[in-house]
Design a protein around this ligand. Structure first.
Ligand SMILES: NC(=O)c1ccc[n+]([C@@H]2O[C@H](COP(=O)([O-])OP(=O)(O)OC[C@H]3O[C@@H](n4cnc5c(N)ncnc54)[C@H](OP(=O)(O)O)[C@@H]3O)[C@@H](O)[C@H]2O)c1
Length: 386
């Protein structure tokens, strides 16, 4: 039985001697179970499973957000070697960095903090700001909120269409020279950004070319074109250490070009939304409904109809999980980790039990049979184009 399977926080398996590269015990006395991976030009060493901190303050089940319980989730993740704490100034806005800062103040050495700049949250909308002066002020503000002297990975959340990305990236590179930031990352242009005219046009053109594939992989040429162009441009200014983009069993578009681009250059790939916004865990019920400010309330895959239509995907994960004494969430994360040694999974949660369960995925090795079965699962139904 995998750790975190049935008794979160109380692993039942006898601790084997840790392989090289793993610390014997976390500060909480829990054995670090997450293998370490080395990513990026600066050879950054991080746990293969990290912690997406966004749900603690943004996007999911707002009524259940609770600072103290979120803090326990962060500590549980760090105790198990999930070193990457992924946040952004816009999550909250600002409150998620403040929360992460409370942990960093106590145990900076255990964490690898990734935060992002470039998106401003207004009353009714979110806008990009990539002006160099703004980026530098944003970094100083993030450092204060995070209660740290240096950010391990500073990511550009979205490029500003009104500022050449080289200018924004140049300002971020100056933050590295100033010792405020260790490495730079770029988030993919929202592959599922809803209702953006240029995005709809791009998808429509691909449809006209007849490109649709089982999991989006075959249709993916084009999906990340804008991101790849940005990556080529910013690489001329300062090395990219990591790319953060959606990747999961039901969203495989990054496999076509983005993941290979990163692998070929030794750039780390941080897999966002690896649990399909929670769907792949099998804990959500079709028609259950979502709070109005939950991003899934407007997400086309989370209508009652599409959640029901996509149940065969969860059923497939359950079948694999049953063979390993694991959970569907752990199988979904293990699938992401099996995409390459440069990949780090960033499951998001605000709950200690799920942070523990997700860390346990690092110990799950999927077999060829498992991977073949997952490859044959039906493509996800429900799209922003519908
Ligand atoms: N760069 C970008 O543009 C971008 C975009 C989106 C996300 N991200 C990053 O990627 C991280 C991960 O993405 P995400 O959080 O949106 O999606 P996700 O990890 O696919 O799913 C998060 C959802 O799954 C639930 N969950 C987590 N572990 C679970 C488990 N073991 N069993 C059942 N349910 C579980 C969470 O519930 P609770 O909320 O109740 O804990 C939350 O509702 C984010 O936190 C954020 O740091 C980046």
């Amino acid at each position: 039985m995998l750790r975190g399977r049935s008794a979160p926080g109380h692993g039942t398996r006898t601790a084997a001697p840790p392989p090289a590269g793993r610390a014997a015990r976390g500060p909480g006395g829990v054995r670090n179970q997450v293998e370490r991976r080395t990513i990026g030009a600066g050879a950054l060493s991080v746990g293969s499973v990290g912690l997406g901190c966004m749900p603690m303050n943004w996007g999911y089940t707002t009524s259940q957000q609770n600072g103290e319980s979120s803090l326990r989730a962060v500590h549980a993740a760090l105790d198990r070697g999930c070193t990457v704490l992924d946040t952004a100034d816009m999550y909250g806005p600002f409150t998620n960095e403040l929360l992460v800062g409370r942990v960093l103040k106590e145990r900076r050495a255990d964490a690898f903090v990734s935060t992002k700049c470039g998106l401003l949250v207004g009353e009714q909308h979110i806008v990009a700001n990539g002006r160099p002066g703004y980026v530098k002020r944003a970094c100083d503000a993030s450092l204060r909120r995070l209660q740290t002297e240096v950010i391990d990975l500073y990511q550009l959340h979205r490029a500003d269409p009104e500022v050449p990305v080289e200018e924004t990236w140049g300002a971020m590179a100056e933050l590295v020279s100033a010792g405020k930031v260790r490495a730079l990352g770029l988030c993919a242009v929202g592959a599922r950004a809803p209702r953006r005219p240029e995005w709809r046009g791009q998808r429509a053109r691909r449809r006209e070319r007849g490109g649709t594939g089982a999991h989006g992989a075959a249709e993916a040429p084009g999906m990340h074109d804008a991101t790849l162009r940005q990556l080529e441009r910013v690489q001329q200014v300062f090395p990219v250490s990591a790319v953060e983009a959606e990747l999961s069993v039901w969203s495989r578009e990054a496999l076509a070009a983005l993941l290979p681009w990163c692998e070929a250059r030794g750039v780390g790939f941080l897999a966002a939304m690896p649990l399909g916004n929670g769907f792949l865990s099998g804990t959500l019920t079709p028609g259950q409904g979502f709070e109005p400010d939950d991003l899934r309330a407007r997400h086309p895959r989370f209508t009652a109809e599409m959640m029901a239509a996509n149940q065969p995907i969860v059923a497939g994960l359950r079948r694999v999980a049953a063979r390993h004494g694991a959970t569907p969430a752990q199988v979904a994360l293990a699938w992401v980790l099996a995409r390459g040694r440069h990949v780090v999974a960033l499951p998001g949660t605000k709950r200690e039990a799920w942070a523990v369960e997700n860390a346990g995925a690092a110990e799950l090795r999927l077999t060829e049979r498992d991977l073949a079965e997952i490859a044959e699962l039906p493509a996800a139904r429900g799209s922003w184009e519908d």
